[in-house]
Design a protein around this ligand. Structure first.
Ligand code: AMP
Ligand code: MG
Length: 276
């Protein structure tokens, strides 16, 4: 415990994208582990997950603040695995996940934030977005689904939307799970080889892989334009799953701790009560 307490906060500092900086992802090593070994990390993660459980309990009991977690990454970056390993720490009461897929006809008939806004967290809740409104400046841009003048003004719109949420009492934490092309290849191969994972693979994933460079460019713009003091992006080195889980757990813990949620005061005179 002493070790993890001493290190608490270091990954938050190291991985946060400073607002206004231009992100060049080729300068971020997806293999990086920031001084951790896999063995150390196991204990540190265990502590991190207990901390998350305790902090969520306080958030829920207090019932005044809200937390939104955004998970983004290229196919096979580990969004599902992160959900399983990290968010499993939370009590399902008060925590829910929304996975954003190709928009329906009804969703497409509205502005792109319409389908998103209804899934933001309420008081005491943690909402996790598995993909998010950022797809509207990622896949939409890469596939030319709307013209450039339309997607390029969305960065500002997204910042404004997130500012609204923050001002109304929502903490926002955004994770970009960063893997490289070789790692994606290995994971795709593993998916194809494993009958329990094969269902995840779609041939369309290969077309997306062909557009790797376009996605990286689109992600660099997201990270450069939309990391703000109130709703920061974190670039998480994600080639190693154990480090990815540790980083997400620690950073999320730091964000929850910053809220400093308090258990509500109990009713008065409870000390006099005798239960028969
Ligand atoms: P998966 O996360 O593997 O279940 O796949 C969901 C798919 O939905 C991905 O291919 C995303 O790119 C796609 N998707 C999510 N949001 C949008 C959007 N706003 N416009 C178009 N495609 C989207
Ligand atoms: Mg997929």
């Amino acid at each position: 415990m002493a070790r993890s307490s001493a290190k608490r906060g270091d990954l938050e500092e190291l991985l946060r994208v400073r607002p206004g900086t231009r992100v060049d992802l080729s300068r971020f090593d997806p293999d990086k582990t920031h001084g951790r070994s896999k063995d150390d990390a196991a204990k540190e993660l265990e502590d991190g997950l207990s901390r998350l459980a305790e902090l969520q309990d306080r958030l829920w009991a207090e019932g005044r603040r809200r937390v939104l977690v955004v998970l983004q990454g290229i196919d096979a970056a580990g969004k599902d695995g992160t959900l399983r390993h990290v968010m499993g720490a939370f009590n399902p009461q008060g925590c829910y996940v929304t996975s954003f897929k190709v928009p329906s006809e009804v969703e497409l008939a509205h502005d792109y934030l319409w389908r998103v806004h209804r899934h933001v967290p309420a008081n005491g809740e943690i909402a996790i977005f598995n993909r998010s409104h950022y797809e509207d400046v990622l896949v939409v841009r890469v596939h030319d689904l709307v013209p450039k003048p339309v997607w390029s003004r969305r960065f500002e719109q997204i910042n404004a939307f997130e500012r609204l949420l923050v001002e109304e009492g929502t903490a926002i934490v955004k994770f970009f799970l960063h893997i490289d092309r070789d790692e994606q290849q290995e994971r795709f191969e593993a998916r194809l080889a494993d009958p329990t994972k094969r269902w995840k693979f779609r041939s369309g994933d290969l077309d997306e892989r062909e557009r790797w460079g376009d996605y990286i460019e689109a992600y660099e713009d997201v990270l450069s334009n939309c990391s703000t003091d109130d709703a920061p992006w974190y670039v998480v080195p994600a080639n190693r799953k154990w480090f990815r889980n540790l980083a997400v757990a620690n950073i999320l813990g730091d964000a929850l701790e910053k809220l400093d949620s308090r258990y509500p005061d109990p009713e008065e005179n409870l000390g006099d009560i005798v239960i028969h």
